[in-house]
Ligand binder design. Structure first.
Ligand SMILES: N[C@@H](CCC(=O)N[C@@H](CS)C(=O)NCC(=O)O)C(=O)O
Length: 213
């Protein structure tokens, strides 16, 4: 696939979006030239709905004007470009397992986003405590499965760095950013070690959520 540098692909995202961060980490890991445009779909005059009828970020606009969404589709596309080892294995069974890790991480991030957004609503519009409890259970059960599946391994799957590690890392990073009161490190030492190693990669440090966003 040819990358036209004079008209690089554009990624629409926001600094606070965990799903956009996943795509940004993959862009950095694969060293793909791109333009990162901070624009949310709901902003007045936003271009995002022209490209993605769902109005969501991340949205990737290719050099020929085609648009891709959502983040699992974007990262799978990006993995076919750029340099470096494949992040999604080609062998079917391995591919499915890496995508399961991604789905689990995405689900944890979705529950974290849901709680975070609900808390910003006026009290009378917020969901009931049992709704919050259900979201929290998704996070707790998801982290427990990740901890067990990672075990003593250095990487989530296959003994090497893959999208499974990126997905786990971005979901944990967003949890720290949005719900810092969840102290997951003590009860999940394997995930804590993984998160520390991932944070040292420039793809992670260069895209980290900042507190003032
Ligand atoms: N499953 C989607 C989720 C994307 C998503 O929910 N993005 C949020 C920002 S974090 C968004 O654009 N929300 C606006 C909306 O839902 O209208 C993905 O992985 O890309």
């Amino acid at each position: 696939m040819t990358i036209h540098r004079e008209n690089p692909m554009k990624l629409f995202g926001t600094p606070g979006s965990p799903f956009a961060r996943k795509a940004r980490i993959v862009l950095e890991e694969k060293r793909i030239p791109h333009e990162y445009i901070v624009e949310r779909g709901s902003a007045p005059g936003s271009r995002v709905p022209q490209f993605n009828p769902l109005g969501k970020i991340p949205t990737l606009v290719l050099d020929d004007g085609r648009a891709l969404y959502d983040s699992p589709v974007i990262v799978e596309y990006l993995d076919s470009l750029g340099t470096g080892p494949r992040l999604i294995p080609e062998k079917f069974d391995e591919r499915i397992e890496v995508k399961r890790w991604e789905a689990l991480a995405d689900g944890i991030a979705e529950a974290t986003v849901a709680i975070n957004h609900d808390r910003r609503e006026p009290k009378e519009k917020q969901h009931a405590p049992d709704w919050h409890e259900r979201q929290r259970l998704k996070i707790d059960r998801g982290l427990a499965v990740m901890e067990k599946d990672l075990g003593k391994e250095a990487f989530c799957f296959g003994g090497r760095f893959t999208l499974a590690d990126i997905a786990t890392g971005y979901a944990l990073g967003y949890l720290d950013f949005a719900l810092p009161e969840i102290e997951w490190r003590k009860s999940h030492p394997a995930l804590a070690r993984l998160a520390e190693r991932l944070a040292a990669r420039t793809s992670f440090s260069g895209t980290a959520h900042a507190k003032n966003q």
